[in-house]
Design a protein around this ligand. Sequence first.
Ligand SMILES: [Zn+2]
Length: 223
Amino acid sequence: MSAAPTQTGAVPSWAGSLPTMFDYSARYCQACGDPLRRKILLGESNERLVCERCGFLVSLGPSVLVLTLIFSQEHILLIKRGTMPYKGKWAPPGGFVETGESLEAAAVREVAEEVGLPLSCEQMIPHAIVSLPRMNQVHMAFLAVVDAPIPLHPSLPEVQDARWFLEQDYPTESMWGPALGFDIGRLFDRVRTGRFEFYQQTEDTLRVITADSCVHYLSKTRR
Ligand SMILES: [Zn+2]
């Protein structure tokens, strides 16, 4: 059996110091238990893991992570992570989209699970989409505004604490790696004015689409 290939590499700034590796570690068919083979299927260009006995195809992602930046009366909601990676760091609530879920429903579920705050899918305003092909992940960030900073109920032990932070108290120094690049002042400003923006990041581009429908490149690698 050939060794499982591994992809590594640098990730965009937005991804901070997240792990940069994923691997094709599945070896046996989930359906029938036969060894999986690496094959390029007719009409496709990339190798996939397939079971030649029953035809099962391994889905290799990407995994989709949703995050929600929740604002209320000059506060932002953050949770203190209780699990690795970034245990003990502050982060927006979020998690991976489950099978059959919409992005919005996953974001709503994660917020409810982590801090007991009920939101609706309609409250989720798209804020950023970040493709991280080297990590085999896509991150989708939503922004939501709620009327009052109601009491939070952190779900121990996954969530050690949950608080509403004023802009001046935002814990920059102890934030979860992927959030280190957030321009929190700009975010608060956008929420105050209601002039929302959309960020789009790929491996070589970071651009922002503003309320005037203009597209501004914040960074772009020349090829
Ligand atoms: Zn099989």
